[in-house]
Design a binder for this molecule. Structure first.
Ligand SMILES: Cc1cc2nc3c(=O)[nH]c(=O)nc-3n(C[C@H](O)[C@H](O)[C@H](O)COP(=O)(O)OP(=O)(O)OC[C@H]3O[C@@H](n4cnc5c(N)ncnc54)[C@H](O)[C@@H]3O)c2cc1C
Length: 466
């Protein structure tokens, strides 16, 4: 069977690989000149770095199994994570459970409350009880105002922005906590993270090679503009057009990191602007999918258009020395205009990046937010002075280089009763499937779950074709 796949991110490539195993003839269309989608990489100092920070948890079994299957197990590094929260003018470590007892912004009783709530979430296996309550209401009721406002609120605000953090459902928090608990050994153990040392880009490259070996095709820099159903005996048509790089920033990146990883492989760039398939899997955002397939019934389309997304705005600094000794720093200080400081070289040794220290400054914002509209140099001049709060010795002269990336539709807003608004993978159009990050629940979206979805949809499609 001929299967068209829209999007060469983790979900699209996995679906293509799984279908290729069974002899289906797949063609993957990717509008960017590179593969990997949100987890794609660019070249930096002789290494490859994710455009947005990425790691795996030890329980991310779907992607870890895939990595093993394609022969990259020896590239996985298991590393103790270092997590901190910046508030009241200093970094508070959150590495082990005992750090919680030292979290001075809370009084002793509230620290105990925070710990008990975490323990309760860890021990609760049925997330359905959290479906119809917001995280704010549940935490306020169960842990109190201080615990919420000093610990949880800054985290929710960081992930969902000022506009949406109060709408987030408690089931999402449960999902997030369970993924993290699963990456710890016991209640008092340290969290371990996993990083593929050749970067996530290496995983996608090897996966792409496998797809090509199976006889599949990957066509980058090609955008699917429309999906037409009911053509020629129930085939599904795709309207295509060559696309400029559209994934990242409006500003060109400094060096030339947008290398086409498929350049060396015999990748066909299609001349035709229409193709027909027995089945199509789309992995693009729900909003983009609704525009591509306007003929979908209203009941299904309303689920696609009902979901809201935030964009990730990322500034990457290349420093000549470390900024802190923490990998993941949540910023719970509202005078600072970014919410996360992720120091990659506190996860992977700076030697890997020619001795430079790599720091991401991150924000999740809606497209109407002022920060979304700022240009790289404007963000830099707004952000850099605040780094002195995190490390008083910091000087702008430490910054040797910088990059800027913007990822639209990066984070779906997961509100209460979210399960009822998730569109099914099988769309009402026969042979047309959807697998995107809005369908990941109650876990937070992540490469592991996109791999899971890619597998599920490939299996569904095979069953239906049979
Ligand atoms: C800043 C940031 C940090 C993250 N950190 C982590 C992490 O630490 N660990 C983790 O596991 N996950 C992390 N994630 C999430 C993870 O990257 C995503 O969940 C995952 O990569 C999504 O894969 P996907 O294939 O479902 O979607 P995508 O990666 O979005 O793939 C969809 C693809 O479709 C393409 N496309 C869109 N429109 C068209 C069109 N019209 N025609 C053709 N192609 C099109 C896009 O270019 C894209 O390549 C992070 C995400 C962000 C933004």
């Amino acid at each position: 069977m001929k299967v068209g796949i829209i999007g060469a991110g983790a979900a699209g490539l996995t679906a293509a690989y799984e279908l290729g195993k069974f002899g289906h003839q797949v063609t993957v269309y990717e509008r960017s000149p590179f593969i990997g989608g949100q987890a794609s990489t660019f070249e930096l100092n002789g290494a490859r770095l994710e455009r947005g920070y990425h790691h795996l948890f030890t329980g991310d079994n779907y992607i870890l199994d895939l990595i093993r299957e394609i022969g990259l197990e020896n590239r996985l590094r298991y590393i103790d994570s270092t997590v901190g929260t910046f508030c009241n003018g200093r970094i508070h470590d959150f590495v082990t459970a005992s750090d919680l007892l030292k979290f001075s912004p809370l009084n002793f009783l509230d620290r105990i409350r925070l710990g008990l709530v975490a323990l309760r979430l860890r021990r609760t296996h049925d997330w359905n009880q959290f479906e119809n309550v917001t995280a704010e209401d549940w935490i306020l009721k169960n842990a109190g105002k201080e615990v919420y406002s000093r610990f949880w609120e800054p985290m929710l605000r960081g992930k969902f922005g000022d506009d949406y953090y109060q709408q987030v459902g408690m089931a999402w928090v449960w999902g997030k906590m369970h993924t993290r608990f699963a990456s710890r050994k016991g209640i008092f153990g340290r969290e371990k993270l996993v990083y593929p040392i050749g970067s996530f880009g290496e995983i996608f490259d090897v996966l792409a090679d496998k797809i090509l070996e199976q006889g599949g095709e990957i066509r980058s820099s090609f955008s699917v503009d429309a999906i037409e159903s009911g053509v020629n005996n129930g085939l599904i048509g795709l309207k295509l057009s060559p696309s400029p790089s559209s994934w990242t920033s409006p500003e060109p990146l400094k060096s030339s990191p947008v290398e086409d990883p498929l350049k060396q492989r015999s990748v066909v760039r299609p001349k035709e602007n229409k193709c027909q398939f027995d089945a199509v899997v789309s992995t693009v955002s729900s909003s983009a999918f609704a525009k591509m397939a306007p003929h979908l019934p209203v009941s299904y389309k309303s689920k696609l258009t009902g979901v809201k997304y935030l964009s990730a705005v990322l500034v990457i600094l290349v420093l000549d020395r470390p900024l802190s000794d923490v990998y993941w720093l949540n910023v719970a200080d509202r005078s600072i205009p970014f919410v996360g400081v992720i120091e990659q070289t506190n996860l992977i040794d700076s030697g890997h990046y020619a001795g430079k220290h790599i720091v991401y400054l991150s924000n999740y914002v809606s497209t109407s937010n002022r920060l979304y509209k700022l240009r790289k140099y404007e963000l830099l001049s707004e952000y850099l002075p605040h780094l002195k709060k995190i490390n008083p010795l910091f000087k702008a002269s430490w910054v040797q280089d910088s990059y800027y990336h913007k990822v639209d539709v990066a984070q779906p807003i997961v509100g209460v009763n979210y399960s009822q608004s998730i569109p099914s993978h099988r769309t009402p159009v026969k042979g047309l499937y959807l697998a995107n990050t809005t369908q990941v629940y109650p876990e937070d979206r992540g490469t592991n779950y996109s791999v899971r979805m890619g597998k599920i949809v490939a299996q569904m499609l095979r069953q239906d074709l049979e």
